[in-house]
Write a protein that binds this ligand. Sequence first.
Ligand SMILES: [Zn+2]
Length: 441
Amino acid sequence: MSSLSEFQELVNNIVIYDTHEHVAGFDWGFSAADSADAKPYPRKSLPHVLMNDMLLYITGSTGYRGPSLSPTDWKVEDAAGYWRALQPVLEELRSTAVYATIREGLKLLYGFEGDEITDDNWEALNQKVMATHEARGAAVWMLETIERAKVRNIIQMAHLPYLIEYWPSVGPALRKRMQAVVKPSLVLEPFFFSGFEPDRSKARERTMELLGMHPKNHAEHLAFMHEAVRRHREAGGAALKFLCAYQRTLFFDEVPDGEARRLYDKGWKNLSPSELQRLQDNLAWHLVRYAGEFSFPIMLHTGYSLPVSMGNPENLYNLVGRFPKVHFYMCHAGWPHDGALALMARTFANVHFGFCWMIGLSPALARRLMDEMFDLVPANKMLVGMDCGSPENFYGTTVMTRDAVASVLASKVDSGLISRRAATTLAHRFLHDNGLAMFGK
Ligand SMILES: [Zn+2]
């Protein structure tokens, strides 16, 4: 007899430690206009929820050329127009997992007729979405959804102002609730001039203002980075995060400080791309050093990048070997370099295999990788993360993650490959214990 229902019950009762999130207001926290204290904001319609995060990112690939579908360009009063505008895109994306996770969340949190959101049932669902968001406010709705999903903590990607400016701006009772659940991971790109996105410059400038530090040379810049990492620890931070594989290679050469000083003095905007990369490499090494000093694990966006060679986790051999006491958490399974990452995770004690975002990319891919990696990698080396921007997407992803873990483990037990004891240990390690061990309470 299949042990699937047994493992579904087991997995559904495990409290999850979610090691990769954006759901708590992205990098800056919920804006004042949509804080829980400022009801009736945020006023979110169903199309706003649909286009809140991952789905929006792939609309361009459909060839869609109509009006902007970004939620910031639409008012809730225009929900009907917004719904109509996104139909051509939705028609092409209904079969993708990124939509399936949001639809699952909407179905479970609000309910709707049938198995699809259509012209016939969207208005009733929209009413429920708008009423819920208006009544709760963004922060409270997020916290309620996290609790309902049986998730104890989330590792939230954040800029330093999230901890030292946004949190203090929230009322004490709500702040306490948030801080008990939300554990920030400091986005490092603002510190080393990834430079290509205006948003990162804004984060660097705001961090400088808040710390009262305006570095003029390399030594002062190191002091600024060090102070930011120290404040992150002091204010309740849990990790550091590199996401630059979207823009540059994860290979960081060891660049001497003397060379970095000269490059810094030229001004980062005056550097050639290869010079800028040398300066970035030097600053990144110092950041990894500070991670060791303040006992932070380092999370890295690996895998998904264009070209995919940039995000190959093998680019990190030198840092992994040079800083054996720093834990390197490679996100997104390194996919499509999952095999390379598996070899690193089963060789180096400080390399960890992250499954974050995998369900949102493809449950089939996530199941295949769980099936293989559960065989290949020790139970204490793998972590789970939902990687979502909205409570609705988050909730659907947690449910589908539990389903995948239960079915993969049940099939291994039923085939006789592993024992119930081994499967049970793995389920606890993967969904909860490893996150707690890496990031703490
Ligand atoms: Zn993410």
